[in-house]
Design a protein around this ligand. Sequence first.
Ligand SMILES: [Zn+2]
Length: 462
Amino acid sequence: MTRTLIRDGYILTLNSRDEVFERGSVVVEDDTISFVGKTERIPEQLGSFEKVIDARGSVIMPGLIDTHVHLAQALLRGLVPDDVRLIDWLKDWVWPLQGSFDKEDGKVSAQLCMLEMLRTGTTCFVESLLHTRYGFDGIAEAALRSGMRAVLSKTVMDTPGYAGQKSIIHPTMVEDRDESLKEFKQMHDRWDGAGAGRIQVWLGPRTPGACSESLYRTVAQIAREHDTGVTMHLAEVKDDLQYFSSLKTSPGEFVKRMGLTGVRRVFAHCVWLPEEDMKLFAKTETSVAHCPSSNLKLGSGIAPVSEMLEQGVNVSLGCDGGPSNDDYDMIREVKLAALLQKGINLNPRALTTIGALKMATVNGAKAIGQEKEIGSVEVGKKADIIIVDLQKPHLHPKTNPASTLVYSATGADVRTVIIDGKLVVEDYRVLTLDEDAILRAASERAEKLVEKTGKKWQLVGS
Ligand SMILES: [Zn+2]
């Protein structure tokens, strides 16, 4: 058995009692947490440790869980214009660019994204739309090697539309119903449960308009048969409501009718979710992935997060993609989520410091059905732990480390990351990925994409 001691940090457990320990220590035995508490209370019988990590001046907390990620968009950072609405942004830029990906582009983009996520304290993520052309096998292999926990969702679709707009999806991004379902099944057989359960394979049906009702019902049935999850974009922009009202329904009612509500059903955005749908999601334990940066940048709106939480909906957080955020830094996302709810509700208590942190940890764990295994620093849980270094001018004085973490830190302050008991980032260095090689490959691939598509956005004046 390998025994690791993380000692003398400020532990933010994010357990149900919101316990914190000053000068606290965590003991990890193999992949599991076996002690959390004050350093002087470490049981003597534990004896010696194979590894001791000094966490003085740092916060020790659960790894962050990003529940809405597009791995294939990391490569598009800076390639897509900043000031464009969602549909044009997809139609004119994102789809043609992603539609020119080959499998190597897909892998390099995923590796770049994972590198950033690890460096900024994300230990687990939900990728929502993996197209065949990105190369599922290469990406799953990369996720496995990275040491991360990953939910990889295979894109499923049968119509090239978005909401009421028909034939709008770029031809290179269109997949066939039977082929996409067949690939899901193959990938599920091959990868689900790999890496001692670190990898899950879910279904990622495209946004309403790109799937027929019969396909959604089939997706629901296959998810039940395979005991797996489903994730989808929903009610991201206001125009989506018109589409649902043309069907004489609401976003929540629609997905319920398709059989897509329930545990391990994660709907991204839900900026325009009516109150009745919130009640429905709460009752059915359906989760929402809130993506504040992306919603603001694309001018989509501000999701009613505090209302959803009040109604009992499980709301987690997501960074979305390279050109809509434009980072995969969950600590920055936590701050923005908290600030937005305070501001829009004219109430500083609308989303508390701890409440926002829970969205990025325990709520994320619940969204993927793993709240018993991950999401907090507790005895018996898997050791997915990050150490954030507060020994820096912008993080001083650290009288209240939790507050400083949310409002003053960024992901760049994450020093150490442990996933499933294994050291993955040590003193800011990712041990499982070759950072230099990935950065080099990403630059080359991005240049090739520009050559292939002729798409290169130039910054122009106002
Ligand atoms: Zn998205």
